[in-house]
Design a protein around this ligand. Structure first.
Ligand code: ZN
Length: 180
């Protein structure tokens, strides 16, 4: 399942990964990890073409993404009958981050109008301060304007919209010890 121009955000995501890794912040990768015949597939009554079947090529993390020194990998929507757009849905990500003392979450990736939106709003609902990396997202836009509406929904829902330059400033303010 392709997100049009989705690979355009890879260099930007890599820049974020390097930035957060340099500051010893945790980087989390999330992926759909569906069983065969998942209920979200159009072949099984769902909306989407077959995608991200666990163990298959389509479920792999794109190998153009740079792996940081340490990262967490979250697999979601692993149950046959349950869709999960949010990385917080059906996972223990929220309690794990709370245990680590994390209070801010920065979200980028695909797709703006589904998994990104749900993860951002899920982060807010779980009490995190959430930043949407607006230069590192791409949407599906099944209906024209879906992505733009999703961004607005996230903003109204309490997320802060930021770009890489703004995050650099933000992090150097928060953590002057590693500003550069
Ligand atoms: Zn999926």
């Amino acid at each position: 399942m392709a997100v049009s121009c989705g690979d355009e955000i890879i260099p930007v995501l890599n820049e974020y990964i390097r930035l957060f890794d340099a500051g010893k912040e945790l980087v989390v990768f999330t992926r759909d990890w569906h069983p065969e015949g998942h209920s979200s597939f159009v072949t099984h009554g769902g909306t989407w073409p077959v995608h991200c079947v666990r163990g298959a090529r389509g479920a792999e993390i794109d190998d153009r993404l740079e792996f940081p020194s340490t990262c967490l990998l979250v697999s979601k929507a692993i149950l046959q009958e349950k869709e999960a757009y949010s990385a917080f849905d059906g996972t223990r990500l929220a309690e794990y981050l709370v245990d680590l003392g994390v209070d801010q979450v920065f979200v980028g990736g695909v797709a703006t109008d589904y998994c990104v939106k749900s993860t951002v709003l899920g982060g807010v609902a779980n009490g995190f301060e959430v930043f949407l990396l607006k230069d590192a997202i791409r949407g599906v836009d099944l209906k024209q304007g879906d992505s733009a509406r999703a961004v607005e929904e996230m903003r109204k829902g309490g997320a802060r919209l930021v770009t890489i330059d703004e995050v650099k400033v933000l992090l150097s303010d928060l953590r002057p010890e590693w500003s550069r």
